[in-house]
Design a protein around this ligand. Structure first.
Ligand code: ATP
Ligand code: MG
Ligand code: FE
Length: 340
């Protein structure tokens, strides 16, 4: 079965073709980062309009990569939420139109389930069950995953997501958008410890997180004195250290509590090298293996949506009626959950 995946929830347009027999056959992403840069964040209306411009060229490129045609595609999966309403509607209507034109099913997919399953696309995928740490721009969650569709939420951020904290802190340090990768680059030149930031909820005894206080602590440090470049790098390094330490400690605590031996990390912040170092070190000590998506599949892409749609269809998911589509800008993953 060949499934086309369409992603347009935020500022990346992604199209991909996943074949349940032959794996990922084509995958292309256009990022709008340079377009939104001037505004310091995503402008929803600009995002929607750009998705419209990009989808057809990306689809052509993917079909060419896969050396196939639309006539060979068996189903279309699209991100139905959560995300920006207008942006989601562009992808959903595009997917539904393709499906009507070809007489094939269109399946709505939950964006976070896409992220969650993305490590299964790597060359050496994890087997079920595993603990998943989902760290993206809008979400920070620990989940117990026993199969496709069998997710139990163990804990999540009570305020800012990890990626959001990276982005906001980067802004405070005078860096551009998106801040996560830029903050990581600045941090690489600095040393943690010179500034002392809290490790929020490290000993809270549950699997929840809180990152908004860290951002405030950085703001206080920035306001107190003019920081030269070296000091900014040290502050960035301390921030990255604090976030990574809490994420790694809580993820490992969840793994220990579950008795499982596999930890899966997904979402954009999973690309952070310091976080990976901390996770890998803690996991090695505990005899646990950590799995990551391919680096290019950490942030938003169509491959994870195509893959997730394919898994759902294999598991007997009912696609929407022909030509009918809807999006859910707010869509808690819990509403998709079944007890594992
Ligand atoms: P969601 O999936 O929750 O709707 P999103 O799609 O915007 O949010 P992703 O695309 O998974 O999130 O990830 C983007 C986030 O990852 C941004 O906040 C970005 O700053 C962060 N990020 C990307 N690379 C790094 C890095 N190397 N270090 C830290 N953060 C990073
Ligand atoms: Mg993005
Ligand atoms: Fe995402």
């Amino acid at each position: 079965m060949k499934v086309l995946g369409i992603e347009s929830s935020c500022d990346e347009t992604g199209v991909a073709l996943y074949d349940t027999e032959r794996g990922l056959r084509g995958h292309a992403v256009h990022t709008q980062v340079t377009m939104h840069e001037a505004y310091g964040g995503v402008v929803p209306e600009l995002a929607s309009r750009d998705h419209i411009r990009r989808l057809v060229p990306l689809l052509r490129k993917v079909l060419e990569q896969a050396q196939t045609t639309l006539a060979e595609v068996d189903a279309v999966a699209y991100t139905a939420g959560p995300g920006l309403a207008g942006a989601l509607l562009v992808g959903a209507s595009f997917a539904a139109s393709l499906a009507v034109a070809r007489g094939i099913p269109a399946l709505p997919v939950h964006h976070l389930e896409g992220h969650l399953l993305s490590p299964l696309l790597s060359a050496d995928p994890p087997a079920f069950p595993f603990i998943a740490l989902l760290v993206s721009g809008g979400h920070t969650q620990l989940m117990r995953v026993t199969g496709v569709g069998a997710y139990e939420l163990l804990g999540e951020s009570l305020d800012d997501a990890a990626g959001e904290a990276f982005d906001k802190t980067a802004k405070l340090l005078g860096l551009g958008y998106p801040g996560g990768p830029q903050l990581a680059r600045l941090a690489a030149r600095g040393r943690p410890g010179r500034f002392k930031l809290p490790r929020p909820m490290l000993h809270s005894g549950d699997f929840d997180f809180s990152f908004s206080g860290l951002k405030t602590a950085v703001l206080t440090a920035v306001r107190k004195q003019t920081l030269d470049d070296a000091a900014r790098a040290d502050l960035a390094a301390e921030f990255q250290e604090a976030v990574s330490e809490v994420l790694a400690a809580k993820a490992m605590a969840a793994v220990r509590a579950s008795g499982m031996k596999r930890l899966v990390v997904a979402g954009g912040v999973g690309a952070n090298l310091r976080l990976r170092e901390q996770l890998n070190a803690a996991a090695a000590q505990a005899g646990v293996r950590v799995y990551y998506p391919e680096l290019e599949l950490c942030t938003d892409n169509g491959a994870m949506i195509a893959f997730c749609g394919a898994q759902r269809l294999l598991a007997g998911a009912e696609p929407a009626c022909s030509g009918v589509f809807s999006v859910r800008p707010r869509w808690p993953l819990q509403e998709l959950l079944q007890p594992g």
